[in-house]
Ligand binder design. Structure first.
Ligand SMILES: [Zn+2]
Length: 138
């Protein structure tokens, strides 16, 4: 089975570690500022929400948006961890479906990918097909 060379793996390790650390720092920073925000909120009058339902609603929308962002980011963090793990094992850059090497350009664009473009498209097509079948049954 063809694999990436040691120097190529090293290069991706550096690249992904950097992405990982940046994201981690950003998440930490966001967490800290939301804790500070909460502390500020606790000091304010509790009844203020009841007087401004519109404000409470927009706060809720903000909160949901932040949670979605955090969820997306933490998923990406896991994917980056996963990629680093695959680098350690030496399986990084190999398509999990057809076991062929994923082209460099694709890895550089999407460093967390586990499939080559063909297999990814194939999986997507199958998904859409399943969905169409499911819709037709309804
Ligand atoms: Zn493939």
């Amino acid at each position: 089975m063809e694999t990436l060379s040691k120097s190529e793996l090293e290069r991706f390790k550096e690249f992904i570690t950097e992405k990982y650390n940046t994201l981690l720092e950003e998440l930490r920073y966001r967490e800290e500022s939301s804790i500070m925000e909460n502390q500020r909120e606790t000091g304010s009058e509790l009844s203020s929400y009841a007087n401004h339902p519109a404000e409470a609603a927009s706060d809720y929308a903000n909160l949901t948006m932040n949670l979605n962002l955090a969820e997306r980011d933490s998923k990406y963090l896991v994917q980056l961890e996963d990629a680093l793990d695959r680098i350690e094992k030496g399986t990084y850059g190999i398509c999990t479906v057809c076991k062929k090497l994923i082209p460099m350009v694709r890895l550089e664009a999407v460093p967390t990918t586990t499939k080559c473009v063909e297999c990814k498209n194939e999986a997507k097509k199958r998904e859409q097909h399943e969905e169409a079948k499911h819709n037709a049954q309804q």
